[in-house]
Design a protein around this ligand. Structure first.
Ligand SMILES: [Zn+2]
Length: 87
């Protein structure tokens, strides 16, 4: 599920994890604010495998996290594979 950025009329932002079609009303969690927040239109760079390393900063943190996790898993699988077939 994607993270959406909500922004209130005063410019406070908060990330909300919800289904794409959710249409919930969010109230600004900032102290002394409590205004209604709106989903901020955003272009999330989800471009599997097509992104140059120099563009990595543009990735949403959640996407980067998934990529890092996959790299770790790949290394572990390779190590097991190597172990099994090097005897
Ligand atoms: Zn606010």
């Amino acid at each position: 599920m994607p993270d959406y950025i909500y922004i209130c009329p005063r410019g406070h932002t908060t990330a909300v994890n919800e289904p794409m079609m959710a249409n919930a009303v969010h109230i600004c969690p900032e102290e002394d604010c409590g205004l209604e927040m709106r989903r901020k239109p955003q272009t999330v760079a989800v471009n599997w495998g097509g992104l140059k390393p120099s563009d990595a900063e543009q990735r949403a943190p959640i996407v980067q996290e998934m990529i890092d996790r996959d790299h770790v898993r790949g290394r572990e699988e390779y190590a097991r594979y190597k172990e099994r077939y090097s005897k």
